[in-house]
Design a protein around this ligand. Structure first.
Ligand SMILES: NC(=O)C1=CN([C@@H]2O[C@H](COP(=O)(O)OP(=O)(O)OC[C@H]3O[C@@H](n4cnc5c(N)ncnc54)[C@H](O)[C@@H]3O)[C@@H](O)[C@H]2O)C=CC1
Ligand SMILES: C[N+](C)(C)CC(=O)CC(=O)[O-]
Length: 318
């Protein structure tokens, strides 16, 4: 098996929002990338995504000599993975599809090569049921866009070899990601469980007319979101306790945890709520296209990474 430090060839299977983002990331880091996606327009769509991300990746710092020419889009899944030293699957979030696809990838990928799924929440135990060699299948859950948001959550299933989890975690680190390796499978992993709690509550508030889509977004971008880019919710709240830190925070505000502030059950996503959320986002976009918003987000995230010291001086100066 190739060591994580020596991997040169990566295959990305499924090349939509996330698969395309992974392709852009791996190219920027200097890997040879093969990609496969069954959609008829997949190749031009993927190349557009990579071209749009490239200025941001250039600001972040490209690997020596790399270019978008290192991307090969293949006609079959088997060609994409034939010489791969790592495989990242990013197909639609449907359990039956993931099961079949991971079994197919396992059959086509050279023995010993780790295959990671970008799934947002399926436990690997539920996805690895039909693969001949489930021991090399791991979850490598990214955040959108994978070329810009550092975090990857790595976790195996009941039939995954612990060595494959360790290999994947090390590989992602070498490839420039920030990794959380989880010992236990939890649906939604860590970050999506937290995001989902916020998201459910936001939808309840829109559904019941308590807040508009704009109010929801402002409440985060002008409020806690500013702090969260610097410190997570735990340390942020430790500061709410002043000199007494988290202990005083818990003594002071612990009892209000019992207040009925949240309704964690999922709201009914009926037509009214669906339409209200879509219309609210259209209004918030205020004429900006999705491409405009992606560019704006990317510029902003680069500035946040820079301002919070996550971009080293070497990368910064390129
Ligand atoms: N969109 C997001 O914010 C995030 C998504 N994810 C996960 O990434 C995965 C992909 O999601 P997106 O990129 O958002 O979806 P997407 O809909 O943008 O892309 C999915 C791609 O998979 C292709 N595809 C369809 N059937 C396929 C098959 N049998 N084999 C290979 N490719 C196939 C489609 O043609 C499409 O290009 C999902 O598992 C999702 O949960 C993870 C993190 C964030
Ligand atoms: C919306 N989502 C559940 C697919 C989001 C993620 O999985 C992670 C992210 O990018 O926020």
């Amino acid at each position: 098996m190739t060591s994580p430090e020596n991997v040169r060839r990566v295959a990305c299977v499924g090349a939509g929002v996330i698969g395309g983002g992974w392709v852009a990331h791996f190219l920027a880091r200097g890997y040879e990338v093969t990609a496969w996606d069954p959609a008829p327009d997949a190749e031009p769509r993927l190349r557009r995504l990579v071209e749009a991300a490239w200025p941001t990746l250039t600001r972040l710092g490209l690997a020596e000599g790399t270019s978008t020419d290192r991307l090969t889009v293949t006609g079959t899944l088997e060609q994409a993975v034939a010489d791969a030293e790592f495989v990242q699957e990013s197909a639609p979030e449907k359990l039956a599809l993931k099961r079949d696809l991971l079994a197919r990838l396992d059959a086509a990928t050279p023995p010993g090569v780790v295959i990671a799924s970008s799934t947002s929440g399926y436990p690997m135990t539920d996805m690895q049921t039909t693969a001949a060699d489930p021991s090399r299948l791991v979850v490598g859950h990214p955040f959108n866009p994978p070329y810009l948001i550092p975090l990857v959550e790595v976790v195996g299933g009941e039939r995954t070899d612990a060595a494959a989890v360790a290999w994947a975690s090390r590989f992602y680190e070498v490839a420039g990601k920030s990794v959380i390796t989880m010992d236990n499978e939890v649906p939604g992993f860590i970050a999506n469980r937290l995001q989902e709690a916020l998201w459910r509550e936001a939808l309840h508030m829109v559904a019941s007319g308590e807040a508009t889509v704009r109010d929801i977004d402002l409440s985060i971008t002008e409020g806690p979101g500013l702090r969260w880019a610097v410190m997570g919710p735990m340390l942020t709240f430790a500061l709410a306790g002043g000199e007494g830190g988290m202990a005083h925070m818990l003594d002071h505000f612990g009892p209000s945890l019992k207040s009925p502030w949240t309704r964690l059950a999922a709201p009914e996503l009926d037509k009214e709520l669906y339409d209200a959320v879509v219309a609210g986002c259209d209004e918030a976009a205020d004429g900006r296209s999705i491409a405009d918003l992606v560019a704006e987000r990317d510029r902003g995230v680069v500035e946040v990474l820079r301002a919070t010291g996550r971009l080293g001086p070497e990368e910064d100066s390129r």
